[in-house]
Design a binder for this molecule. Structure first.
Ligand SMILES: Cc1cc2nc3c(=O)[nH]c(=O)nc-3n(C[C@H](O)[C@H](O)[C@H](O)COP(=O)(O)OP(=O)(O)OC[C@H]3O[C@@H](n4cnc5c(N)ncnc54)[C@H](O)[C@@H]3O)c2cc1C
Length: 667
């Protein structure tokens, strides 16, 4: 059994990382040339890690299932990336970013990791600016910032609503330089299907070439997973459709503990579900909450009239609207953290105030912002600020400059003009805070196997504050892993190339081949999507925004039964010897069907509410999450024992020495 040693360095919180870096072993430049590292995943985490490791001199083999690293899911990130630069002079600091992140995660994250994240956050911005990432700038040329939920400062750097795309282009350019130098060998359209462990150490992977269907063996001295999150276990989410848990799940089955699988972020501002035909949901960035005001009608009869199309939202007077976030949380208002905003929307909709046909939508309204900006512009330009048409035009221009691409996306999907009528939004699955357990060095419980970015559980606790995933992925890839992995690799300078004809490679390859054969030869009648949708429904209904003991027990039984049915009834058409997207999906859904059960089991064992994990049995009189710090201030790290129901729980107790444990309040 692997031990759960988080390896947090000694010393005060602000000195741990510096001291650690000063003490760990280094690999000299000549020796780096003799060391191979596999990086699976080339999103922001994997891409930045691959580029940096290659720049340092290691030989990197990088894998992704898309046709280019440039298409990783990270490209979808819209709103921005946090950094404690204090450019606004509004009181920000490393400590404040650390504090906000620990509090935002509802005191379920590891202090030492979060502090390190806050420390390196400022370096990320410098690194990306040096790469040419076009962050938004103010009139005077300085980098601009905006605010995200759960904080009282402006520390979010952004590039319109395309921050992820621009950051990924930066990492991708850095990777390309190394591909050109021959230091990164890029394996596009390759899917990792198993990890190879030799003498207790991760020494390679088995991957399928998705174009030819060939099964390949690849070896290295260490394996890094930057394979993203598993929100698609819910079928519908804001994640890219290809995002999946397979790589993480395969290493879990080989000995890597899976931490806090039930911590999922439900994002409050997504375009509501419109019917059964959908295969994906669309996010409307949190940045919109800087200027948009969230409301529902104050009276049930008005909500009903709106749902029936008899009343327009713009016809409702101010006093007939309920700006429920501003009412309930006067201090943070529309910028409360995502878990709080999501639950508040659900509460209003459950009470009958929803505004779309299904009753599952609230408004995000820009009318006040358009007027405010319009008047300001009229004043600046010495025009008539009482001319309402002019004010609307000027204000619309400002809003379009800030959020134009998001408004355009909304209009294309919903066919309504959000400059004129308020957007309709509803919470949707967005991000997974849980993931592979890693120690302070980002190593999993398998020696030589690392996990970075959304794939690991690390910094976000039970809820992720906006703009902190990009920060974490890039911190891991550019600034943390390149140091910590060197300490491990320093013991491998004389090992030499790892051969791929070892029995361990053969055994792992045979396992992959037999799984593929089983799926291809199954004589079922139902599609892979049929099972994925049913799994998603079980997850959303019982393990979604609100959970309770009965629903979770039902989910565990139903998922196990669905998994049995999947293996009997699934049909995978085509051949395994070439491109076969149904086969790819079948292998991913097979893993989701196991993860889903562990997910529910984790939610069931955590008899408290914290962050995005809301157990109906544990709430305050106001309906807020009720933590149990005495019994649950730990990371739940699950060890695989043959099947999800047999998984064994290991606890990493969390110590809060630098942040006072208090009831989280945003009032
Ligand atoms: C719509 C949307 C908007 C967002 N906006 C923001 C934002 O504004 N700010 C913010 O901080 N966060 C945001 N997030 C979250 C953030 O985008 C992600 O958490 C982050 O980009 C994840 O990066 P990653 O590198 O860990 O994984 P990903 O970008 O998901 O990359 C995963 C990589 O792993 C590869 N891969 C996976 N499995 C395998 C396998 N088995 N074999 C081979 N390769 C594999 C993929 O090909 C890909 O290259 C947003 C998320 C969504 C969904």
């Amino acid at each position: 059994m692997a031990t759960l040693d988080s390896k947090i360095p000694e010393g005060s919180i602000s000195e741990k990382w510096t001291n650690h870096k000063n003490k760990i072993n280094l690999v000299n430049p000549a020796n780096k040339r003799n060391i191979d590292v596999i990086v699976v995943g080339t999103g922001l985490a994997g891409g930045s890690a691959a580029a940096t490791l290659a720049e340092l001199g290691y030989n990197v083999k990088a894998f992704c299932f898309q046709d280019s690293p440039r298409r990783a899911h990270s490209i979808a990130a819209q709103g921005g990336i946090n950094a404690a630069k204090n450019y606004q002079g509004d009181g920000d600091s490393t400590y404040r970013l650390f504090y906000d992140t620990v509090k935002g995660g509802d005191y379920r994250s590891r202090e030492a990791n979060v502090h390190r994240l806050a420390e390196v956050s400022a370096n990320i911005i410098d690194q990306c600016v040096a790469q040419g990432v076009p962050f938004a700038r103010e009139y005077g040329g300085l980098l601009d910032n905006r605010s995200f939920g759960g904080v009282l400062v402006s520390r979010t750097f952004y590039a319109k609503g395309q921050t992820g795309q621009q950051l990924l282009l930066g990492a991708y350019s850095a990777m390309n330089r190394q591909i050109g130098r021959g230091k990164i060998k890029m394996y596009n359209r390759h899917e990792m299907l198993d990890l190879v462990i030799v003498d207790g150490k991760a020494r390679g992977i088995i991957a399928r070439n998705l174009v030819t269907g060939e099964i390949e063996r690849h070896s290295a001295h260490a394996v890094v997973l930057g394979t993203g999150g598993y929100g698609n276990v819910f079928f519908l989410s804001t994640n890219a459709m290809g995002s999946n848990v397979t790589a993480a799940w395969k290493i879990h089955k080989k000995g890597a503990y899976f931490a806090n699988p039930c911590y999922t972020q439900i994002h409050p501002t997504c375009i509501p579900v419109s019917g059964d035909h959908q295969s994906k949901l669309t996010l409307m960035s949190e940045s919109l909450r800087n200027d948009g005001r969230i409301w529902v009608p104050a009276k049930l009869k008005d909500a009903q009239a709106i749902r029936e199309g008899k009343l327009k939202p713009t016809e409702l007077k101010e006093e007939d609207r309920d700006y429920y976030l501003e009412r309930r949380y006067p201090s943070f208002g529309n910028l409360v953290p995502r878990d709080v905003a999501s639950r508040a929307a659900k509460e209003r909709c459950d009470a009958g105030f929803g505004v779309n046909k299904t009753g599952e939508a609230v408004y995000l309204d820009f009318a006040a912002a358009i007027e405010r900006y319009g008047k300001e512009q009229a004043r600046v330009k010495h025009l008539d600020e009482n001319d309402s048409e002019l004010v609307k035009k000027l204000g619309t221009e400002v809003v379009a400059n800030k959020y134009g691409n998001l408004f355009q996306m909304y209009e294309k999907i919903v066919d309504q003009n959000p400059y004129v009528t308020p957007m309709m939004i509803y919470p949707a699955v967005h991000y997974t805070m849980g993931g592979i357990w890693v120690d302070y060095n980002l190593m999993t419980t398998i020696e030589g196997c690392y996990a970075i970015g959304e794939a690991n559980f690390s910094e976000h606790g039970a809820n992720r504050l906006g703009a902190s995933a990009l920060m974490q992925g890039l911190a891991d890839g550019y600034f943390v892993l390149p140091y910590t992995i060197g300490d491990y690799l320093s013991k491998d300078i004389r090992t030499g190339e790892i051969p791929t004809d070892l029995p361990e490679f053969e055994a792992a390859e045979n396992d992959v081949r037999s799984q593929i054969e089983h799926l291809m030869n199954n004589k079922g009648t139902k599609t892979v999507d049929h099972f994925h949708k049913r799994l998603g429904k079980i997850m959303w209904d019982n393990v979604g925004m609100a959970r309770n003991i009965q629903g979770l027990n039902e989910a565990i039984t139903e998922i196990a039964a669905l998994r049995d049915e999947f293996y009997k009834e699934v049909r995978v058409p085509g051949k395994a010897t070439g491109l076969n997207q149904e086969l790819e999906k079948a292998m991913r859904v097979a893993d989701f069907l196991e993860l889903g059960e562990l997910f529910a089991k984790d939610a069931l064992h955590r008899n408290e509410s914290c962050g995005g994990h809301f157990r109906e049995e544990y709430q305050t009189e106001d309906g807020e999450a009720l933590r149990d710090d005495e019994n649950f201030a730990y990371v739940a790290a699950w060890e695989y024992k043959g099947k999800p129901s047999e998984a064994v729980l290991h606890k990493e107790e969390l110590n809060f020495e630098n942040v006072k444990l208090v009831t989280r309040s945003y009032k």
